[in-house]
Design a binder for this molecule. Structure first.
Ligand code: GDP
Length: 325
């Protein structure tokens, strides 16, 4: 096994040359819990970093069944048809629990998978969202170093993962369906506030009319929110991932956003803020892991919980005892 080990030099040279096999293996190192793998992953990322960043990072979220994978396939194919390179990554903290995770299914995005200018990677597995998101963030850097100029991060719109994805992308797109008139009730305020665009998918056949009505309703609703720091007015569009209708329009909209925020300087400002956020987030994560990973803490924690149950201590005292260790 030793003789086959790939050196950091080899990794970096091949990733920078756009070699997908090496990119894939490097991401495997990023995702590994093995200390040596992590050490090498860190070295690779550090050396790739100066070559990253020349991309647009797009977050795509929506409830299961809204058409995320169909949309990403259609969108991704459009991107590669423009001579660009697209990488699709995912953040799905549930993927370690239920194996039927997003992107885990090989039959998804069948056409995009065979496109040589596309790279698709399922969500890393992990128990904590922070850990999963951290790995995805590092993988973004490697993809960018490998020449991927369009990065798509997919996440299921059911929990906290949207916030994690929002904090690693430049543009956040919410996929919706036209419902029976109550479109706005089902959406959490927080997600709407994060969205730079809402795309009403499945705007085809009998659905088209309802989609147009939903577009008006969403547009109106978005206008009720205070203006975004980016100066960008969130847009609503209808599209069909099945017939490709308006997929090009969604791309042009994102391109317009990109031009707007690079000109205003907001693009770099946001990335700087995100870097700061992830610095602190990484420290939090590491401190937590170090703390809870210690045997002495694990043992005492059990005791303190028993004491709590028996009314012998208070949460505050128990926490103090543990932290004093
Ligand atoms: P995901 O769970 O969000 O990834 O959704 P999928 O991409 O797996 O799509 C769920 C179902 O909706 C599949 O049967 C798709 O064929 C269908 N679908 C996706 N996009 C469209 C669309 O634009 N129009 C129509 N009519 N069906 C679609």
């Amino acid at each position: 096994r030793r003789s086959k080990q790939i050196t950091t030099d080899e990794f970096v040279t091949n990733i920078l040359a756009g070699n997908i096999t090496y990119l894939s293996r490097a991401i495997t190192l990023v995702e590994s819990t093995n200390v040596n793998h992590q050490k090498q992953a860190t070295e690779i990322i550090e050396r790739c970093l100066p070559h990253a960043n020349k991309s647009i990072r797009i977050g795509i979220t929506g409830v299961p069944g809204v058409g995320k994978s169909t949309f990403i396939e259609a969108f991704g194919k459009h991107v590669t048809s423009l001579g660009k390179k697209v990488a699709v990554l995912a953040v799905d903290p549930s993927s370690s629990v239920n194996k039927g995770s997003i992107l885990g299914d090989k039959t998804r995005m069948e056409e995009l998978v065979t496109d040589k200018n596309a790279f698709i990677r399922p969500s890393p597995s992990g128990t904590s969202l922070g850990g999963v998101a951290q790995k995805t963030r590092e993988s973004i850097i490697l993809c960018e170093a490998a020449g991927f100029d369009t990065i798509i991060i997919e996440t299921v719109g059911v929990g906290q993962s949207e916030t994690a994805v929002h904090s690693m992308v430049d543009f956040f797109l919410l996929l919706k369906l036209a419902g029976a008139g109550d479109e706005l009730q089902g959406i959490k305020r927080g997600i709407i506030e994060m969205a730079d665009a809402i795309v009403i998918n499945k705007a085809d056949g009998d659905n088209e009319k309802n989609a147009k009505i939903a577009k008006v309703a969403f547009t109106r609703a978005l206008h009720l929110y205070p203006p975004k720091e980016s100066g960008w007015l969130p847009k609503v569009e209808t599209a069909s991932a099945l017939t490709n209708d308006n997929i090009d329009k969604v791309f042009s909209m994102i391109a317009e956003y990109f031009t707007t925020v690079t000109t205003s300087g907001y693009f770099q400002q946001k990335r700087n803020e995100q870097n700061k956020y992830w610095l602190l987030e990484t420290i939090n994560l590491q401190l937590k892991n170090n703390f809870f990973g210690r045997d002495v803490v694990k043992n005492q924690l059990e005791k303190e919980i028993k004491n709590l149950e028996n009314g012998k201590t208070t949460p505050f005292n128990a926490a103090k005892n543990l932290l004093d260790l």
